[in-house]
Design a protein around this ligand. Structure first.
Ligand SMILES: CC(C)[C@H](C(=O)O)[C@@H](O)C(=O)O
Ligand code: SF4
Length: 473
């Protein structure tokens, strides 16, 4: 019988299977950041163990790094705990080693899920892990990428393997042509709106169909990034010419004869025509409208031309309660048109949407509208995902477009995606954000997050409220 892409990568990496279904998987790439690695390195130290395969480790500091004040060096990290996390990673890498390390202030530093692919550290067919739930991002390359916990980080460092149970196969098939202005972010929010945040629980999702094929690598990464918000630990897109073109020439990618051999293998990485999926979900891309979340979970999402839903119309009492609570937290009334929601801050960044294409999308909207950030918007941040993205954007003059319109052009990092550094929302502040999570307090205690695409965030910044970008896309 045919195998799915997931089955193929899984089979290729099983070192040993137990009768109860657990398997020992070999791990090819281990991405490391400062939040989930300190105890893992400490564990190795205490046990007197070394890292099994140093070259597999690619590390960076991203969650706790500030996005301003880099000229002050480490003194620019105001918060002592943040500073300690960043310097602890420096020390651990100095002691244990890494295949590549991009520390704070390094030109190639950035969000771990942006720099992995950018450095060619993420390749098709690999098993990739990181102590971070959004490791699913790397599945865009046809790599089996799992987020893991700190104790598993230690286990992988020490043994190069991970204990896993095989998930079921879910195919999410998105066919058809997207309307102008509709992006990968809208696709994935629409998927989550349809299947819910538990829809992918217990599955590895393969995203397929002509609309997924038509996405760039940046777009595919946006989709796979949010597979975890759909409940799946891993998302996949089969590698193809778009993938190979992106990977070719990246610093850690194979070259010469090894490149040819790699591509020959990568071309075998697809789900066979007779492969069996445990579940299939289909979406028509042409029907997807710009998405905006209204609540405190990514599944609480609607279209920009829609209205805040009414809990009274929900029959399921649990759902009704969750909706009521979300609306209270978000300070929204049922029935309010989404495009009447005014925002206090705008955040364009995060491992979902901080790559060059995302910044181009946002800048294009700013340029087209020819307006400045609206007076009710206290701050509009543009935070490139890495130093490499930042440099590329500056070469293209995107920084000038943003700055001329009143946006702040920042240094790379996780920034306002989560309140672990200086960038955050104040209680009650409402934000149009290109990130991936909108639960209570995510961007700062009492902060209110609306998840949108970069183009939608840029349009909200200059209008001061959500607008349907299809009107000028
Ligand atoms: C800090 C880290 C462990 C966390 C994650 O696992 O995803 C963070 O990146 C997030 O997005 O919430
Ligand atoms: S950008 Fe946000 S979602 Fe991504 S790794 Fe950083 S904190 Fe997590």
């Amino acid at each position: 019988m045919g195998r799915t892409l997931y089955d193929k990568i899984w089979d290729e990496h099983v070192v040993r299977s137990e009768e109860d279904g657990t398997a020992v998987l070999y791990i090819d790439r281990h991405l490391v950041h400062e939040v989930t690695s300190p105890q893992a390195f400490e564990g190795l130290r205490e046990a007197g163990r070394k890292v099994w395969r140093i070259s597999s480790v690619v590390a960076t500091a991203d969650h706790n790094t500030p996005t301003t004040g880099w000229e002050r060096g480490y003194d620019g990290i105001e918060d002592p705990i943040s500073k300690q996390q960043v310097t602890t990673l420096d020390k651990n890498i100095a002691e244990f080693g890494a295949g590549a390390y991009f520390p704070f202030l390094n030109k190639r530093q950035g969000i771990v899920h942006v720099i992995g692919p950018e450095e060619g550290a993420t390749l098709p067919g690999m098993t990739v892990v990181c102590g971070d739930s959004h490791t699913s991002t790397h599945g865009a390359f046809g790599a089996l990428a799992h987020g893991i916990g700190t104790s598993e980080v230690e286990h992988v460092l020490a043994t190069q393997t991970l204990l896993q149970r095989k998930a079921k196969n879910l195919l999410v098939q998105v066919d058809g042509k997207l309307a102008p202005g509709i992006t990968a972010k809208d696709i994935v929010l629409a998927i989550i709106g349809k299947i819910g945040t538990a829809g992918g629980t217990g599955y590895t999702i393969e995203f397929a169909g002509s609309a997924i094929r038509g996405l760039t690598m940046e777009g595919r990464m946006t989709v796979c990034n949010m597979a975890i918000e759909a409940g799946a630990r891993a998302g996949l897109v089969a590698p193809d010419e778009t993938t190979f073109a992106y990977v070719k020439g990246k610093p850690l990618a194979p070259n010469g004869v090894e490149w040819d051999q790699a591509v020959t293998y990568w071309r075998t990485l697809f789900s066979d025509a007779d492969a069996k999926f445990d579940a299939v979900v289909k979406l028509d891309a042409s029907q997807i409208v710009p998405q905006v979340t209204w609540g405190t979970s990514p599944e609480m999402v609607t279209t920009v031309d829609g209205r805040v839903p009414d809990p009274d119309k929900e029959k399921d009492p649990n759902k009704r309660n969750a909706m009521e609570r979300a609306l209270t937290y978000m300070g929204l009334q049922p029935g309010k048109p989404m495009n009447d929601i005014f925002v206090d801050k705008v955040f364009i960044g995060s491992c979902t949407n901080s790559r060059i294409e995302d910044l181009r999308d946002a800048a294009a909207v700013v340029k087209k509208l020819g307006r400045k950030v609206a007076s009710n918007v206290k701050a509009a941040l543009v935070v490139p995902g890495s130093g490499v993205v930042k440099e590329q954007a500056e070469r293209e003059g995107l920084d000038k477009i943003f700055q001329a319109a009143g946006f702040e052009w920042r240094e790379p990092g996780c920034s306002m995606c989560l309140a672990m550094n200086a960038d955050r929302l104040e209680p009650g502040e409402r934000c149009a954000s290109t990130s991936n999570r909108n639960f209570e307090g995510r961007q700062g205690a009492g902060g209110r997050t609306h998840l949108v695409s970069p183009a939608m965030a840029a349009a909200a910044a200059v209008h001061g409220h959500f607008v349907d970008i299809r009107a000028f896309a």
